[in-house]
Design a protein around this ligand. Structure first.
Ligand code: GDD
Ligand code: MN
Length: 400
């Protein structure tokens, strides 16, 4: 992208013979960069760019502004329309990503190529009113704030025509985030905010690009940022539909775990444990049901059925939640399921092996303790087997 910019301004970067970039062209840093992530926004992008430019133009920033559209190769060719606008306006650049997907990672890509002193992130469907942008920029550009959030829950803000279920998701997400992370921001799920270059540069390396919640990451990874808010009304989508779905919400929960306790335990491992517990519950329930319904002759097949039910539920949940970014689809699900079984069997052997080792080492008085379920040695062996299984599943079953 910087190449195209260079061609336009007639300056060429110096490239050494070994093709290493030795010096970059000098270009002035604009006052404001607006990063606009898009996916299938063909009906909206031109209107959004027009309105955004007219609001930024009327403000006349001394060092000007730039707009960076980041499109994930939308099937409706949003990128092509944006490129067309950019051909007539050098302040607009378009990043068309071929292999990466996802809102937060698109925003990070946009921020990494943007060069403004203040960087704004804004949706491309007019739910974020471009008229609010100058009000977001001012506290960061002139007021010394590190982050300014366009908030639906503070002074004059509202959710507009948010459906009841979306309000509930937003309310819950907000409360959990504030509780776990202790942020003072009233709307940490907002996708509309301004951030100072200095703060961005400090925090960006530790930001997790998963899911939708980019602001939350920026707020939680920094040390007590100086945050302010501007109320705004969350508008109606001009055209098209939201990309927020169940898996986005689940990923949000994973992100929260990772942000709150992730420094001690990796979030995927916490999810792995949580899913493992669900599997154990399923297995116990099936076993209970089976024994209640049947005569004693049935007992052993029921145990096997219960174990298998637990395994399958575990596998499906790990595939959808724990290892979602690497998930198997279609026929590949079967290969994954087989691999998951092999790893579980391996875990069972590790467990038995560790127990045998402990019992051979333990004084005879303690062997009774060893035999009881959920004794400390049993749990220790279980923990070792679980940690081992986690790593092997991550490496082989899902190839993370
Ligand atoms: N590049 C890229 N890649 N852009 C994406 C992707 C993606 O995978 N998914 C969504 N977008 C773009 C959309 O094109 C739109 O411009 C913007 O990101 C927001 O997506 P929507 O699908 O319209 O999200 P929403 O309106 O449901 O959610 C908004 O409100 C939430 C709070 O309730 C967003 O602003 C969220 O960030 C915000 O948390
Ligand atoms: Mn939207």
């Amino acid at each position: 992208m910087s190449e195209r910019r260079t061609q336009r301004s007639g300056r060429t970067p110096t490239i050494a013979a070994d093709e290493q970039l030795v010096s970059l062209p000098v270009r002035a840093r604009p006052a404001v960069s607006v990063v606009v992530p898009t996916y299938n926004e063909a009906d909206n992008i031109e209107v959004v760019l027009d309105r955004l430019r007219s609001h930024l133009d009327s403000h006349q920033y001394r060092d000007g502004y730039e707009i960076v559209v980041v499109d994930d190769n939308s099937p409706d060719e949003t990128w092509r329309l944006a490129q067309h606008v950019a051909e007539h306006d050098h302040r607009i650049s378009v990043v068309r990503r071929a292999s990466d997907r996802g809102l937060a990672s698109a925003v990070l890509t946009g921020l990494s190529v943007a060069s403004g002193s203040v960087m704004v992130v804004m949706d491309a469907d007019l739910q974020h009113d471009p008229a609010v942008v100058p009000r977001l920029v001012a506290p960061v550009l002139e007021g010394g704030h590190q982050v300014c959030v366009a908030s639906r829950t503070s002074g004059g803000g509202s959710f507009g025509r948010f459906t009841r279920s979306r309000r509930l998701i937003s309310f819950t997400g907000n409360s959990v985030a504030r509780l776990l992370l202790g942020t003072h921001c009233t709307d940490p799920m907002s996708g509309f905010f301004a951030i100072s270059r200095g703060y961005y540069e400090t925090v960006a390396p530790s930001v997790n690009p998963r899911g939708f919640k980019i602001l939350l990451e920026f707020l939680a990874r920094g040390k007590n940022p100086n945050v302010t808010e501007v109320g705004y009304r969350f508008g109606e989508r001009l055209s098209g539909e939201t990309k927020l779905n169940g898996s986005v919400v689940l990923n949000y929960l994973v992100a929260l775990i990772s942000l709150s306790i992730g420094r001690v335990l990796p979030a995927t491992f916490v999810m792995y444990l949580a899913v493992g517990l669900i599997g154990l519950a399923v297995r116990a329930a099936v076993e209970q049901l089976g024994t209640a319904l049947s005569t004693s002759a049935w007992a052993s097949p029921i145990v096997l059925i219960a174990v298998e039910a637990g395994l399958v539920v575990n596998y499906l949940l790990h595939n959808r939640i724990t290892f979602e970014p690497f998930r198997h689809r279609g026929v590949h699900m079967i290969r994954g399921l087989i691999s998951f079984h092999v790893v579980s069997l391996h875990g069972l052997l590790v467990h038995a092996g560790v127990m045998a080792l402990l019992s051979s080492a333990a004084p005879s008085a303690d062997t009774e303790l060893l035999a009881t379920t959920f004794s400390p040695p049993f749990l220790l062996a279980g923990a070792l087997a679980t940690i081992g299984n986690y790593h092997i599943n991550a490496g082989t079953t899902w190839q993370t």
